[in-house]
Design a protein. Structure first.
Length: 258
C-alpha cells in the first residue's frame, strides 16, 4: 500500500512521518539505527491490517536534528507528545533496535495510549558478561554484514553500505545514532529498575544469531517485563523483520489479534 508523507510541529519541535492504512487500528513503528531511507518492506504488509505510522527519529534520514533533544528520555517524550497531538489511542507500538529502546522508555513512563508493544531486538538494557557490538568502532559495511545470520544477505548489505557510507544520509544516520546511543552504548542503567511499569501485553522478537545485541538480552528483558512473550528466531541476526520477515509478521499477527 502506498504511504503518504506528512509533517507537523508540536511545542516548537518538527515531526515528519509516513502513513498508510487509515481507518484501521493505529500502529506506530520506530526504526533502528538505519533511517527509513532503507524502507522495511514488512511495513507494507502491516499496512494491509493497520494504520501504520512510521516517523523519522530526529537526525535520521536527513531530518532536523532537533537541538532540544539530548538523550533517549527526550525521544520518549517527543513521541509521547506525537501520540497525544495525533489523538492516537490503543496504539500497537513496534520498535526495532534503537526504536525498541525508545518504545521501552515511552512505556515505563505511561502506557495509557498503548494497546501493546512489539520489541524487535531492542536496546536499553545490559546483561553482564554479554557485550553489544560497538558499531561506532567498526566500519559501516562490517556492521551491515554482522547484522545478518545469512552470509549471502550479509554480503549484499555490506556491499550496499560500502557504496553508501560516504553519502550524506548514511553519515547523518551514524551521527544521530551516536548522539543517542554513545555513552553508555545503547544502554540506560536506570531503565532496568522501571521495566515492571510496562503494563501492556509485550512481545519480544530476537534472532538467535544476533551479533549486534546479544541474544542473552532477550531472556533478561522478558524476565523484567511482566507477562511478556518471547519469540527466538533460528538462523536470524539483528534484523528479524528483514531476514525472517514472514516469521516475524506471523508472530506479530498471532500476538496482536489476541
Amino acid at each position: 500500500m502506498a504511504f503518504s508523507e506528512h509533517s507537523t510541529s508540536i511545542n516548537g519541535l518538527g515531526y515528519s512521518y509516513r502513513r498508510s492504512g487509515g481507518g484501521k487500528a493505529p500502529l506506530l513503528y520506530l526504526h533502528g539505527t538505519e533511517s527509513l531511507s532503507h524502507w522495511p518492506e514488512f511495513l507494507d504488509d502491516l499496512a494491509g491490517s493497520y494504520d501504520v505510522i512510521a516517523p523519522d527519529i530526529p537526525g535520521f534520514g536527513g531530518t532536523d536534528t532537533q537541538e532540544k533533544l539530548d538523550d533517549i528520555s527526550d525521544l520518549a517524550y517527543y513521541f509521547a507528545d506525537f501520540l497525544e497531538d495525533q489523538n492516537l489511542a490503543n496504539v500497537h507500538l513496534v520498535g526495532h533496535s534503537l526504536g525498541g529502546w525508545i518504545a521501552l522508555e515511552m512505556a515505563v513512563r505511561t502506557c495509557d495510549r498503548l494497546a501493546d508493544l512489539t520489541l524487535l531486538a531492542p536496546g536499553g538494557i545490559h546483561v553482564k558478561g554479554h557485550h553489544k557490538a560497538d558499531i561506532f568502532m567498526i566500519d559501516p559495511d562490517e556492521q551491515a554484514r554482522m547484522a545478518f545470520a545469512d552470509e549471502a544477505l550479509g554480503q549484499q548489505a555490506a556491499a550496499r553500505a560500502g557504496e553508501e557510507k560516504y553519502e550524506d544520509v548514511a553519515i547523518t544516520d551514524r551521527i544521530a545514532a551516536a548522539r543517542f546511543g554513545w555513552n553508555p552504548r545503547f544502554f540506560n542503567p536506570r531503565l532496568d529498575r522501571w521495566l515492571h511499569r510496562v503494563n501492556k501485553p509485550s512481545l519480544i522478537i530476537w534472532g538467535e544469531q544476533d551479533r549486534i545485541f546479544p541474544p542473552e538480552m532477550a531472556g533478561a528483558l522478558q524476565s523484567r517485563i511482566p507477562g511478556s512473550e518471547l519469540v527466538m528466531l533460528a538462523d536470524c541476526g539483528h534484523l528479524p523483520h528483514v531476514e525472517k520477515r514472514a516469521e516475524t509478521l506471523s508472530a506479530m499477527a498471532n500476538f496482536m489479534t489476541r
